[in-house]
Design a binder for this molecule. Structure first.
Ligand code: MN
Length: 129
């Protein structure tokens, strides 16, 4: 059975790039272009992991992560933040909101899938669950 990942991303180009790379490596991909829809899809499909853009319209990725973590049946699902924010403290903030890991944009096609796979397998790099 293939693992399904949910990508929450409002930028089409970024979405297609991530989907392409992950599908090429055997994952099945579902997508949402905003946070509200992302939460609905997560509840409906129970993905193996969630790739979450932080800069989203209306509800930002921090809010999405926090809300995902309030759903008991989703709180074990790894959230991987994917963001071009490179401000000091953003990484900490996104982990505090419940994300398992953090991948910086622009994504590197040579390492992206390995980064995702490592977060799915190992969970949080700081050891918290
Ligand atoms: Mn965005």
């Amino acid at each position: 059975m293939t693992d399904t990942l949910l990508i929450v991303e409002d930028n089409e180009q970024n979405f297609y790039m991530m989907r392409f790379l992950l599908e090429k490596n055997g994952f099945s991909i579902i997508g949402a272009e905003n946070g509200r829809k992302g939460i609905e899809m997560a509840l409906q499909h129970r993905p193996k992991g969630i790739l979450l853009d932080i800069q989203l319209p209306e509800m930002d990725g921090y809010e999405v992560a926090e809300e995902l973590k309030t759903h008991e049946d989703l709180d074990h699902v790894p959230i991987i933040a994917v963001t071009s924010y490179a401000m000091v403290g953003d990484r900490e903030r996104v982990l505090a909101a419940g994300a398992t890991g953090y991948i910086e944009k622009p994504i590197d096609p040579d390492t992206f899938v390995a980064q995702v796979t490592a977060y799915l397998r190992n969970g949080r790099e700081d050891g918290k669950s």
